[in-house]
Design a protein around this ligand. Structure first.
Ligand code: ADE
Length: 248
């Protein structure tokens, strides 16, 4: 799968691309990421790609006559034009169903804005899908683009090891539920003990406990997910004590 990132700050991505899972995926030929500096499409010696807004107001707006040619040239540089995403707080919220949809594409172009955003004609002409990381304002789209890349590559066959792929199943399509708590050595730390059942060696009971914990956690923290979850009906009924709110 190929990603093209269009940004004024390609340097932000340098270490992101050179670490861990993403680096292995790139080295293994499963993923290709090309960075493009929008400023390279400026035509003055200052590298101007933004200007003051018509009608006045604070901030700078990224220029349509620089951004559109940049995107079109990048699109034309590979056999498939790809799907164009524009990172913006006004976009569709990134969630696992959208990630799964994006992972089916051969090529994604991620357009990152800075300043006050893009001249609206960028959207009118290029018709990108606008994607938001959430209801908060970042300095630019770069962090959102990294979130798209990282969440999408995890779904490309071969990128995750088998164990990690299996773990991901608990948040895959139609099964949106939080993970159970995990523990590793030591058994006791500052008076906090690992739940006895995890030391029992009884895999059946451990699996049952984990399933219960997933439901309990999700009910406590994200009840909205539980309503949609298949595991809601599949998991064993949990034992609730008293008023049932003190689950741990
Ligand atoms: N750019 C600025 N804020 C953003 C957000 N919340 N999501 C995506 N891109 C952004």
């Amino acid at each position: 799968m190929r990603f093209d990132v269009l940004t004024l700050f390609p340097g932000i991505f340098t270490s992101f691309l050179e670490e861990s899972l993403l680096k292995s995926a790139i080295d293994g030929g499963l993923v290709q990421v090309s960075l493009h500096n929008i400023r390279d499409w400026a035509d003055d010696r200052h590298g101007t790609v933004d200007d003051t807004p018509y009608g006045g107001g604070a901030g700078m707006v990224m220029k349509v006559d620089k951004v559109v040619p940049c995107v079109e040239d990048v699109q034309a540089a590979a056999p498939t034009a790809g799907r164009l995403l524009l990172m913006s707080p006004q976009g569709r919220r990134l969630d696992q169903p959208l990630v799964e949809e994006l992972a089916r594409e051969e090529r994604l172009l991620l357009l990152c804005g800075r300043y006050e955003g893009f001249d609206e004609r960028v959207v009118e002409i290029l018709r990108p899908q606008e994607v938001s990381l959430g209801d908060f304002i970042l300095n630019g789209g770069e962090v959102a683009a990294m979130a798209v890349i990282e969440s999408v590559i995890r779904l490309i066959p071969g990128v995750l090891g088998d164990a990690d792929s299996a773990r991901y199943d608990s948040f895959s399509s139609g099964n949106r539920i939080l993970e159970e708590p995990q523990y590793t050595r030591p058994r006791e730390y500052r008076g906090h003990e690992v739940p006895e059942i995890l030391l029992s060696g009884d895999h059946g009971r451990v699996d049952q406990w984990r399933a219960q914990q997933r439901v309990l956690r999700t009910r406590e923290r994200r009840p909205d997910l539980l309503e949609k979850s298949q595991e809601n009906t599949a998991a064993p009924a949990e034992k609730r004590s008293g008023a049932g709110e003190n689950n741990k």
